[in-house]
Design a protein around this ligand. Structure first.
Ligand SMILES: [Zn+2]
Length: 131
């Protein structure tokens, strides 16, 4: 599956098959759904307790940028980033391993799960995804 990828030399210019795959993975497994898979669905909100530190006040925010990409941000200092940065923080991976893991999650995950989760979400309370 990864024969054509060289994780030691990640494209930085937005071109190449790896970047395309990441873009497709982000469409398939956007940050809020990735967080749900990690059991952090309650933090996928515009104001939430940070899943990376012992947060007593809502320091964490998940939002969709004007470029259409999802981002997370912890105002208390955990940092910010995209889906891959989230995997890095959760798993303690380096960038290459985080990309590999994220692609596996996105490309192997059954699409039906997405629809089921969205239906469940309508019954939930206290979440604001800004959709
Ligand atoms: Zn934090």
């Amino acid at each position: 599956m990864f024969e054509d990828l060289d994780f030691k030399d990640l494209p930085k210019d937005g071109s190449g098959s790896l970047r395309d795959r990441i873009d497709r993975a982000k469409e398939k497994l956007p940050l809020p759904e990735l967080m749900e898979q990690y059991g952090d669905g309650s933090a996928a909100a515009t104001s939430a307790r940070c899943p990376f530190h012992g947060d007593t006040h809502p320091s964490f925010s998940v939002y969709r940028g004007t470029d259409g990409n999802w981002r997370w941000n912890c105002f208390a200092g955990c940092g910010e980033g995209d889906e891959i940065d989230y995997v890095k923080e959760k798993e303690g991976y380096d960038t290459a391993d985080a990309i590999r893991h994220y692609l596996e999650l996105a490309e192997d995950g059954p699409a039906e799960l997405d629809a089921a989760w969205r239906e469940d979400d309508e019954d939930d309370d206290g979440r604001d995804y800004g959709w």
